[in-house]
Design a protein around this ligand. Structure first.
Ligand SMILES: C[S@@+](CC[C@H](N)C(=O)[O-])C[C@H]1O[C@@H](n2cnc3c(N)ncnc32)[C@H](O)[C@@H]1O
Length: 380
């Protein structure tokens, strides 16, 4: 047994023990090992922020160990604009965490012979696993970045499978090979492109990471109906995928000048609305989908002293947290009182018996889409 095979088997046993590898997918993971798809240059967190390149040739054993660890591997930064001799700033392609890949494939319920559309080819690994399960002629995968698409085509061919790899914007789906039985996205959306629904047969399933500018971490499983609509519940809230390129959330920075802001205090700790409970952050995000947030450590304070920031358009708010204090200073600026809105959204969640993410669902129609709580006729 080669080193790679031994490491692959060790990882698969680990994932299976955590109940995340459906038995029927194990042969695909053995036949399409991850190391065939991970490029020779990967990116890791750099000291002091950003990302730095690691080359397989510099340390082949460390590269292989990283490939067979249950973590995402960054395979491109800054849309390919940064050379691997310089630090990267933003992740733009990766191969997802193996246990997440496995559990998503399980949730997709893809059977041999089904036609599958994947959005976000990346390394091609997920497309290879799908091709092994449903047949290579039944898999279409779309990648927006032409360099990544070409690299995936090559890796897939070398691994012995040739699904259709389309270079293009997955927002449009791929009409030529429709209708699909299954659509799986491996990039997150804030709005499900209606083309995915239109290109899926009635009864077909769409599985996609979904989020808001406030909170990115949910996975929704939609079933398409006879009338050209799709709906279904959120089935997970622990998966953070990069955004579909056209749906990237803004990443504003705190203003240098705080003059003119209205000052107040709050007893609600920002951790409670944005971090501590994933169902709470999800719900606040559903109520305030366009609000982005940022935690900034305080200079020279304790590790638990920080400022929580919220932004939307020209409005911003911040909450200064001192460890152990029972009330925190709030500044709000602009046409919207963002901290007040966040507090109200959090209170809404509390008053509705603190629903877990799984009680929410998403409905997608040709002309609108909305999140509901418990039933379609109860939009949030
Ligand atoms: C997390 S990676 C996908 C991982 C991949 N499935 C694998 O097995 O390696 C997300 C990919 O989606 C791609 N992407 C982003 N926006 C896209 C779009 N609008 N259409 C198609 N692909 C897109 C990115 O370039 C990136 O390669």
């Amino acid at each position: 047994m080669s080193d790679a095979e031994a490491l692959n088997r060790r990882l698969l046993d680990e994932i299976a023990a955590a109940d995340k590898l459906p038995d029927r997918w194990r042969p695909a993971f053995l036949a399409m090992p991850r190391h065939l798809f991970v490029p020779g240059v990967i990116w890791v967190n750099a000291d002091g922020g950003g990302y730095t390149a690691r080359r397989r040739d510099d340390d082949p054993a460390a590269w292989l160990e990283a490939v067979y660890t249950d973590d995402a591997i960054i395979t491109q930064v800054d849309d390919g604009a940064t050379p691997d001799t310089e630090p990267g700033r933003r992740i733009s392609s990766s191969t997802s965490t193996p246990s997440i890949v496995a559990s998503m494939l399980g949730r997709l319920q893809a059977e041999p012979g089904m036609r599958v559309l994947e959005i976000g080819t990346g390394t091609g690994w997920n497309a290879a696993l799908l091709a092994y399960m449903v047949g290579e002629q039944n898999v279409t995968t779309i990648e927006v970045d032409s360099v990544i698409a070409e690299r995936a085509r090559k890796a897939l061919a070398e691994a012995g499978v040739s699904p259709t790899v389309v270079t293009g914007d997955g927002t449009d789906g791929f009409q030529d090979n429709a209708p699909y039985d299954r659509v799986i996205a491996t990039a997150a959306v804030q709005h499900v492109p209606y083309s995915w629904v239109a290109q899926t047969r009635p009864g077909g399933i769409i599985l996609t990471p979904w989020g808001t500018a406030y909170d990115n971490g949910a996975l929704v499983r939609l079933v398409v109906d006879e009338h050209g609509a799709a709906h279904g519940t959120f089935v997970d809230n622990t998966v953070t995928f990069m955004w579909l390129r056209a749906q990237r959330a803004p990443r504003p920075e705190p203003p240098a000048d705080l003059a003119g802001a209205a000052e107040s205090t709050t007893t609600l700790h920002p951790d409670r609305v944005a971090w501590e409970n994933i169902s709470a952050s999800f719900a606040v995000g559903v109520r305030l989908p366009d609000v982005t947030t940022k935690f900034v450590d305080a200079d020279g304070g304790s590790d638990d002293d920080f400022t929580f920031w919220a932004f939307s358009g020209s409005s911003w708010a911040c909450v200064d947290v001192t460890d152990g204090a029972s009330a925190h200073r709030v500044l709000q600026h602009g046409p919207r009182k963002l901290w007040d809105e966040i507090e109200a959204a959090y209170r809404w969640w509390e008053q509705n018996e603190r629903p877990l993410t799984g009680r929410f669902g998403l409905a997608v129609f040709p002309d609108r889409q909305y999140v509901y709580l418990d039933s379609l006729d109860n939009p949030v």
